[in-house]
Design a protein around this ligand. Structure first.
Ligand code: G6P
Length: 372
């Protein structure tokens, strides 16, 4: 068993560490002459892809947050409206579907019953179904019109890590493929995204290397009973994912918020010593969002919050207001989530460990939920 963990203390630790390769392997073979080309999507026929006028991403849990991150990129590159729905909610709203709708399911296992039933519902209504899945020949990809596999390798820990970053990667590739086929993606934007993917594994290694700093932080915070996470734009689903990880394996109350929503309610929760992780957008690529998030930090700090800021290296604007600063390598705005989530994964793992819990096998949870 210890050998399976490759010297790591848990499968989750091993899998966090494997993320640079998970992402690299998911991109491999899908970039041709500097352009994203996914053979499984090409097989659907370019005409069919050009006709798509709406995308619905369906998923549960961590996969749904990957879907939310992906929705920003697909809209930006392919200019198709994208919404994300939880699989178990999808059917019950009598969704508006047509033969020009594409439903993209996201599932690590490919066996989650809620998602499978939603996919079957979509198939019955004649929409195009695409499966983003990490498990070869699982039921969901077999039922779908096209399968775009993530190549993260087997994920053992119940709390999903490398499958999540691989899912975001696959959704981005789908966005780039659709953008190319539909002519909405400039050659420049395409080249920039491909370049970002090429640089990503090395940057993710640096994100993984925040482990020691995060372990120290978690050690100090072992008695914490509630943690909040704030993010804007693609940082928002990462805030939700950071909170979910803490609930899953550290059994701590945690909530993620859109930073802009703070003043509409959640700020009332801020009290002396309340830990808040803030995902700070880049001041270079997103100056407007950056300054808004910095003022959010000032607001919560003035009310006593303990601020843990996750920033890009060189961002000094937050220094006067942050109790802890975690620095990540520079990346384009859409690629920041793939780095930002890593310290949050480590934080959940280290807090769980500090509390003496079983990181890989949290109570009441299953890796794959095959009942509705
Ligand atoms: C379970 C797991 C979660 C996972 C969710 C979706 O609830 O505990 O970690 O995110 O299922 O799983 P899937 O295999 O569909 O990605």
């Amino acid at each position: 068993d210890a050998a399976d963990k490759g010297g790591w203390s848990s499968f989750m630790a091993k899998e966090i560490n494997e993320q640079p390769e998970a992402v690299e392997n998911t991109v491999r073979g899908r970039v041709v002459d500097g352009l994203v080309d996914i053979p499984e999507l090409s097989a659907l026929g370019d005409d069919r892809l050009r006709e798509i006028d709406r995308i619905i991403i369906i998923a549960c849990g961590t996969a749904s947050y990957a879907g939310q991150v992906g929705s920003y990129a697909i809209e930006q590159w392919a200019r198709i409206p994208v919404e994300v729905q939880l699989s178990h909610e999808f059917r019950y709203r009598d969704p508006v579907l047509s033969d020009r709708t594409m439903v993209i399911s996201v599932s690590q296992s490919g066996e989650t019953m809620d998602t499978l039933m939603a996919v079957k519902y979509a198939i019955e209504r004649g929409v195009t179904t695409v499966s983003v899945c990490n498990t070869q020949s699982a039921t969901i990809p077999r039922e779908s019109d096209a399968a775009v596999y993530t190549h993260a390798g087997p994920e053992v820990a119940v709390a999903s890590t490398k499958a999540f970053t691989a899912q975001i990667t696959a959704l981005y590739l789908i966005g780039l493929h659709l953008g190319r086929v539909r002519g909405t993606l400039s050659a420049e934007a395409s080249a920039e995204a491909v370049q970002q993917f090429a640089e990503l594994p090395e940057k993710m290694r640096e994100a993984v290397a925040t482990h020691e700093q995060i372990a120290q932080l978690a050690h100090w915070m072992a008695d914490t009973r509630s943690v909040l996470f704030l993010g804007r734009h693609v940082g928002y689903p990462i805030a939700l994912e950071g909170a979910l990880k803490l609930k899953e394996i550290a059994y701590i109350h945690a909530e993620g918020f859109a930073a802009g929503e703070l003043k509409h309610g959640p700020i009332a929760l801020i009290d002396h010593g309340q830990p808040v992780f803030v995902l700070v957008p880049s001041p270079r690529t997103a100056p407007l969002m950056h300054s808004k998030v910095v003022s959010n930090i000032q607001e919560i700090r003035a009310r006593g919050a303990r601020v843990i800021a996750i920033v890009e290296v060189g961002d000094t604007a937050v220094l006067p207001y942050a109790d802890d600063v975690i620095r990540l390598p520079l990346a384009d705005a859409l690629f920041e989530p793939l780095l930002e989530v890593v310290p949050l994964q480590w934080f959940a793992l280290e807090l769980s460990t500090a509390k003496g819990l079983d990181v890989d096998q949290p109570r009441n949870l299953a890796k794959s939920v095959t009942v509705e």
